[in-house]
Design a protein around this ligand. Structure first.
Ligand code: KG4
Ligand code: ZN
Length: 380
């Protein structure tokens, strides 16, 4: 099965083409279609993967400007699609060979989602004329992140996907922080999520306070590498609570107060101006201390869940999972607790269309029906 996927939920325009082996290599005797995927390896090949980043466009504004993001998607989609066609031009009837068109329908910025949806629908109508069996499917962006662990080389070690489970999956992106318990590839339940800011959002906001350029997360990680994570003892919100929820808004405020209260050249009654940070402020120490607080909370809750539910594996995905210290800490803690650790390769933590294609394959396998319309808020 060939799947062409389109992702435009935020500020990356992405198109990917993958081919998936339709008949998963299953155990002898496993006849039931619903268990065959679980008792097998998912065999797929990435044929093309294009991502057009909009960082340069949004950087002067310090964050994503939805109208500009939509304008860029409108420009980038035909450009990336042309690239896809030219890469596949040697194959005659290339478009007719596509069985499934997958498009992200949410969560995300609705004008951006609609741009991807309209492009996907037009393409689908073109393809359908020559290949009446082709289909179009809407995909939840978060499921894309969730299933991006399938892109890890670690997966090759497993004979059957079911050997990975039960697993605890941590999704940490710019808009979401969710902890899931996965019984299998297709069965999972939410254990907890953030009550306010997402982990990535807190990285972005603290990065802005430190006058670091957009996108904040990776820039903050770079600065933090030169700092002392013990320099400031920032709070670890909700770390000792019994639930699996998170909260990062108070931590962000604690960083703000620390910056305000440690300005040397500010006199009583003078207003604190974050854009004129005292040069004596050690940005690296603050970045490292903040990053450590986030990592401590994410790790503590993930490991607590891993122990309580006696899982075999810890999975992590989403933009923040590109943070090397977070990956390393989770991996070490997973090993201490005799759990395997699987994270996608760094580039697949960020928004991409390959993960949307994989989630589409699984949704199609499960015969999930998702209405193809943009949903700003779209729970897992
Ligand atoms: O998954 P993603 O690409 O988009 C969403 O679905 O939100 O995640 C983007 C988020 C941003 O908040 C970005 O600052 C954060 O992931 N991020 C990082 C790192 N790389 C990206 N946060 C911390 N450390 C990083 N290295
Ligand atoms: Zn994302």
């Amino acid at each position: 099965m060939k799947i062409l996927a389109i992702e435009t939920s935020c500020d990356e325009t992405a198109i990917a083409l993958i081919s998936v082996c339709d008949k998963p290599v299953s155990d002898k005797g496993v006849k039931n279609r619903s268990t065959s995927l679980i008792n097998s390896k998912l065999q797929f090949k990435i044929l093309n993967n294009f991502v057009a980043s909009q960082i340069k466009i949004h950087r002067p504004f310090g964050g994503v400007v939805p109208t500009l993001a939509k304008r860029e998607h409108l420009k980038n989609l035909p450009f990336l699609f042309k690239k896809l066609i030219s890469k596949n031009s040697v194959k005659s009837n290339f478009l007719c060979s596509i069985d499934l068109i997958a498009v992200t329908t949410g969560p995300g910025l609705e004008p951006c989602l609609w741009t991807g949806i309209k492009f996907a629908e037009e393409l689908y109508h073109k393809i359908k004329k020559n290949n009446p069996k082709s289909k179009i499917i809407g995909v939840n962006h978060l499921k894309g992140h969730l299933y991006s662990f399938l892109l890890s080389k670690e997966i090759l070690k497993y004979k059957k996907l079911k050997d990975i489970f039960p697993a605890v999956a941590l999704i940490v992106s710019g808009g979401h922080t969710i902890l899931l318990l996965m019984k299998s590839l297709t069965e999972y339940k939410k254990l907890g999520e953030t009550k306010d800011d997402a982990a990535g959002e807190s990285f972005d906001k603290v990065a802005r306070m430190l006058n670091l350029p957009y996108p904040g997360g990776p820039e903050l990680e770079k600065v933090a590498a030169k700092g002392n994570e013990k320099a400031v003892n920032f709070p670890r919100p909700m770390i000792n609570q019994k639930n699996y929820d998170f909260s990062f808004s108070g931590l962000k405020t604690a960083v703000f107060y620390h910056l305000r209260d440690n300005q040397k050249n500010i006199t009583a009654g003078q207003e604190f101006n974050i854009s004129k940070l005292d040069s004596a402020i050690n940005k690296a120490d603050i970045a490292a201390s903040f990053q450590q607080a986030v990592i401590d909370v994410l790790t503590a809750k993930t490991i607590k869940a891993a122990k309580e539910f006696k899982v075999k594996t810890i999975l992590v995905s989403g933009g923040v999972a590109a943070n090397k210290k977070l990956r390393l800490t989770l991996k070490k803690e997973a090993q201490k607790n005799n759990c395997a650790f699987i994270a996608p390769p760094l580039k697949f933590n960020m928004d991409n269309a390959v993960m949307i294609a994989l989630a589409a394959y699984i949704a199609n396998f499960k015969k999930e029906k998702i209405k193809i319309s943009a949903k700003g808020d779209f729970p897992l």
